[in-house]
Design a protein around this ligand. Sequence first.
Ligand code: SF4
Length: 455
Amino acid sequence: MIARFLGLQNLPGCIYSVFINMFNEIKASLQKLYEDDQRPWLVGFSGGKDSTMLASLIFDAILCLPPARRTKPVSVVCTDTRVEIPAIAEMVEGTLDLMRKCSQLHNLNVDVNLLKPSVEESFWVNIIGRGYPPPNRTFRWCTQRMKIDPVSVFVRQRLGHWGEAILHLGARREESSTRAQTMAGRKARNGLCRHPDLPRVWVSNPIEFLSSKEVWIYLLQKRNPWGGDNRALFRLYSNAGGGECPIQIDSSTPSCGNSRFGCWTCTVVDRDKASEGLLASGDERMEKLIEFREVLLSYRDPTNGKRDARRMNGDTGPGPLLISARRELLAKLLALQEETHLELISPEELLLIQQMWKAARDPDDGRGVARIIGKLRGLMMSADLNELNQLREMEDEVARELGISAETLRRMVAKVEEYTESHRAQGLPDDLLNILKDDLDASEAQTAKAGEKNA
Ligand code: SF4
């Protein structure tokens, strides 16, 4: 079946040896680069076929060196958006584990890193906490926050020790004409290009000129250096419709085409063929996840009454999800979590969402998340109501002195707490200003109403 898929059923053996020579040449050039200088290596790995081939070539190249010469620090870097398709996340974690063991066993000096977006930038904190609409092609806020930023932070930290590094990627020109143009347009020195955003990082694309067929031939004709073969990966591709969302390292990299392995929540694509393919092949968990993606799509549509009529900055236009819509989504997500037994949202994300709801327009009392969880699990929430009332009275008094509403004061305090918990300050003045603008708009609307009544 595999040979038929690749169109290779009638290929003579000598053609195979042409391929083998080509793969050996890439491996030899990697070995040369490895021994040329001390610069450490980073290897982008997404679990897809291209980066699996890349990692396999690199592991092989190092394994073929005598143990005393395996001195270069090499870091495999993989991202997990926290909303990855479960079957793919499981396969990637398994592969990373095998890579770690292989490195330890053979003293390869390779460390393996699974990077996640910070809790503040997770998919659910942005959607259910901040009220961002689920992403689409024109407002694709997710890639930068969930894929590019974690890698950039990691690389910058590592560069602090090293000064310079070489980043290997499994990008290929054949993937798309845009990709071919971008790759052709980058100036190379000794086969390396400067990273567009990280000036001390040099990018290498060892499989740049290979076709997809050649990649599969490589992957299927041999076992991985860390063990296991790639038949499961091949099956996943056949089930998931073909493409992948590659590891993202800069904003110019196109991501998430029409069929790829990506987030199960992805609303950027019209149809999530990867999830549908996995469901068709028997992964029943995908059924409920696909339904939830449809819910997300409907919440993004401004005609469905789930979005504020004002933008975050107060201008008229489709704005963030209303707090009522965020509550509904959280309740649905938690129910889905119970139903599927998958960990879809973490306790840290829930805490931060609660904090954000306190600072939202039409804020809640700081116990909305707990109430939803309690309702779902049939628990009653306990709280010291006396203490809460005293705090409210104090807030009312301070608000009166400042000439703003108590709700505005509470939202401002909550916003400051939210930033303090995330140890950041950038963006706080703007957010506070937006809350004050809301206060001003509300009091102007009240005055106008009173004027109408008196007239
Ligand atoms: S797969 Fe979709 S949701 Fe995930 S980062 Fe890519 S564009 Fe965003």
